[in-house]
Design a protein around this ligand. Structure first.
Ligand code: PFF
Length: 449
């Protein structure tokens, strides 16, 4: 049997797992969705979904992955050979990986482009109509869109080829501390602005009048997307954990750190938005149109714009590594392909699927399914449907199918950790709370009940 490459240290485990969770979700999706859906009210629902659905599913995934020491699909075959159909969770997970990467690499492509363009100054202006035109020009240009996306895909592919410990672990260990440092710097700068109080009020005072079934589903979808759960990413990473790693504790730490990054991003963005009279409801454009305009108005603004996009590039890299690892680990283990071949196949396939998202604002702008461009469709399908569904079945599998005794011994590291209460609480969550909440929110959000 091939020797499995695994994460080598506790800090490596944390950096890689947190690197997966922290990403464009924190600085692109979280502020955009919070701004669109009523600020703190959305934040509260997102927090509850994270605690009650996201966290238990994350623990379940890490646990199953470490037990099986296998990829997202094979895990179910190893742990429950009696019934092959559970493997569908992993199969849908691999599909989700491609769909998420398709639009994610495009947004990351814009971020990488903006690092370059903010250094050269070509996207900088204090006038939002100018920054808006600059962004429109980038996304409407098929050549640039494809160029930046492919660049990102190849970049991530190169790190993946280097392996689990020498590629993923080494990279994220270096990047994560940098990310925190930059974020804190921008946050402090933003808090010194005159509109800071108004921005913070927006972020922390709830307005429940905006909350509908669809908004609740969006908040739960964000919770899954944020923690990278519901599609086998954490199963795959769990399979690289050492046996002595405390899984519930690691998951909790990652969740807290990830929330901190989102809040810091909110604290960096909203005060600035209010200070210069912008609207928080700008949606996805917040990052690419509002941020350059807002930050350009501050003294030393250019430096902060550059820093902000470097932050985005760092954050997105750790997340993309973890998503790409899902199909690569599967191809590697299941078909015995070398890491290089498995990555090359993934990269080529991804370039094909991804280009349909990249061209959504240009060549394929008129091509819509269910009224959405491919870019929007992949985003909607994964966050609001496939991840919650994956989370639902994962919690059923971990809570009801695999067996309580096995869960107890897996999460207590065969009784060596004194965490009985924590594990009992987890079992209750994963058996009753998570599946019920997920299915109710899902059906209601889709207007099926
Ligand atoms: N958690 C990442 C973010 O918030 O940007 C995105 C992500 C990574 C989603 C890995 C899903 C996944 F499997």
């Amino acid at each position: 049997m091939m020797k499995r490459d695994i994460f080598t240290s506790g800090f490596g485990v944390l950096a890689a797992t947190l690197g997966s969770a922290v990403g464009l979700g924190n600085i692109w999706k979280f502020p955009a969705l919070t701004g669109l859906n009523g600020g703190a009210a959305f934040l509260v629902i997102y927090l509850l979904s994270t605690l009650m659905a996201g966290l238990p599913v994350m623990i379940a995934e890490l646990m199953l992955g470490r037990r099986s020491r296998s990829d997202a699909l094979t895990t179910f075959r190893v742990l429950h050979p009696q019934r092959e159909s559970w493997g569908l969770i992993g199969a849908v997970g691999v599909l989700s990986a491609f769909l998420i990467l398709a639009f994610y690499t495009e947004v990351a492509g814009w971020v990488f482009a903006y690092v370059f363009k903010s250094v050269t100054g070509s996207i900088l202006s204090t006038d939002p109509t100018v920054t808006s035109a600059a962004f429109a020009k980038l996304i409407a240009d098929p050549v640039q869109s494809i160029f930046w996306q492919f660049l990102v895909i190849i970049f991530v592919g190169c790190i993946i080829v280097a392996g689990v410990s020498k590629g993923i672990e080494k990279t994220t260990k270096r990047l994560m501390p940098m990310l925190f440092l930059i974020l804190v710097m921008i946050g402090i700068r933003s808090l010194m602005l005159p509109g800071a109080a108004e921005g913070l009020t927006f972020l922390f005072r709830p307005d429940f009048s905006k909350v509908t079934g669809a908004v609740v589903l969006t908040a739960m979808g964000l919770a899954f997307f944020k923690l990278s759960v519901g599609m086998g990413t954490m199963i795959t990473y769990g399979s690289y954990f050492t046996e002595d790693q405390d899984i519930p504790m690691t998951a909790l730490r990652v969740m807290v750190a990830d929330l901190t990054v989102s809040l810091l991003a909110g604290i960096a963005i909203f005060p600035a938005v209010f200070t210069y009279g912008f609207k928080p409801e700008a949606g996805p454009a917040l990052l690419f149109i509002t941020i350059p305009a807002v930050f350009s108005q501050m003294p030393f603004g250019t430096i902060f714009v550059v820093l902000f996009f470097v932050l985005g590039a760092i954050a997105s890299t750790g997340a993309m590594l973890s998503i790409m690892e899902v199909p690569v680990a599967y191809l590697h283990q299941r078909f015995g392909l070398s890491r290089f071949k498995a990555t090359a196949m993934t990269v080529v396939l991804l370039a094909l699927v991804g280009s349909t998202a990249a061209l959504s604002n240009s060549t394929l702008a008129g091509f819509k399914l269910f009224g959405m461009t491919m870019f929007d469709l992949y985003d909607f399908l994964t966050s609001n449907l496939l991840l919650p569904l994956g989370g639902f079945f994962l919690s059923l599998f971990a809570g009801w199918v695999w067996g309580e005794k096995k869960v107890r011994s897996a999460l207590s590291n065969e009784g060596t950790l004194a965490n009985r209460t924590v594990v009992s609480f987890f079992l209750f969550q994963v058996k009753y709370v998570a599946p019920v909440i997920i299915i109710v929110i899902l059906l209601r959000g889709l207007k099926l009940i």
